[in-house]
Design a protein around this ligand. Sequence first.
Ligand SMILES: Cc1ncc(COP(=O)(O)O)c(C=O)c1O
Length: 457
Amino acid sequence: MTDWSQIEDWDRSYYLHNTQAKDEHQFTAVDRQDGNYIYLSNGTKLLDFQSQLISDSFGHRHHRIYNEIKNAMERYGHVFFGMSHEYRARAAKLIINDIVNSSNPKWAGRVRILASGTEAVENSITIARLFTGKQIILTQAHSFHGLTVGATMLRGYRNNITTDPKENTVRDVPGFPTAGFIPIPPPERFDFDKDFLPSISATEAMIKAVGAENIAGIITEPMFGAGGLANHHEYLKSIFALCKKYNILWIDDEVLCGFGRLGEWFGYKLYDDICPDIMAVGKTINGSSLPAGAVIVNNEISDFIENARWWSGSTWDGHPIICASIVGTLEMMLEENYLDKIKQKGKYLKEKLDMISEKHPSFGSVGGHGLFYAVDLVNKNHQPIISDDRWTSFQGDLSKHPNNIVGQECAKEGVFLGGFVPNTIKVGPPFTIEENEIDKGINAFDKALTVIDKMFC
Ligand SMILES: Cc1ncc(COP(=O)(O)O)c(C=O)c1O
């Protein structure tokens, strides 16, 4: 038997905690997880209606993924990136051939498998800079791409590339060791009622001001994950068009949306005839059964890197057990037609959200696709309840923020649900959710919204 008071004491004393100060830290210990449920140490059973961080897309400890991991562990421990192994090749073939290039445009050349979404983003930026020889990356306000800074900026080996291994043609990462990130406006929301997007004009103005000749790439999210914001349908198409017009790489951060979350293999697939140059993925790639991420690059960049000698890598690149978890996940998704399931269940979920939207004055709007919806909560004047909204810097008493109140109220009903920014609830259940479980989640959300109505409307 676990002594939970001892565990709490050690956790409070020695762990370096995320997002909560010592005095406000709530000890919420998970005893075990099974399928779509989390069992807390105090006996509470919670339906995971948010897939943890919109990450655990097949619930917890899915048997198919875990069997693949177990089998791999009978054969492999760790293999460093200088050697190959069965699962790395199988995972790469599945990702490039069977999934990304399974429909037009067949743009993807190669993939490198990493240990987190953040690393996938870091690699994307470095690759864009090395390939173009340019430094600047344009990045959207309100977006989220990870929470690290600077590993390659610490002097030493510095991720440089020898473009012609027979000659002395070393290229440092442009901009090293400075940052070189310039913000562009966030996209208009899905319900913006015009097709002319001011965000795109402002982005174009920024490109002209900075000079396209200095810009390596524009990084965007297909739908904001942390920020919970569904784009206007013209936005990504316009970003793609700008990238083509000015010869800038489009870096598509699909860490949260990729591999089916939005009902298509990737978010960019919601729109016809566009594709990224570089794509960062993670989370659903293996249902977050193990830490994983990957960077996928187009054919031209693949050739550039493969013909060069790029002095790069992490201890964990292409780790056999991570690759096995990816193989198990993606083979299952293909065999069991997961995209169809996501679309079907997503339709049911959206209908239920629309139904409760009519009952609650605090229910401002709902945007999303597949099995990811962002609900924006408003006050009686139909304005964001916490006025900073997505510009929040997480100050003050966060327990009074609607996202946290909804979290507390849903927990009372046995449902795990909440959000990151103050006014936005992120509904992103696992792909393994059943209709009766969607009903349970919606019922809890419905009750929580009654509390929000009373407080703010
Ligand atoms: C869009 C996006 N990019 C990058 C990341 C960072 O990924 P990870 O947490 O796996 O490092 C996240 C994490 O939530 C994300 O949502």
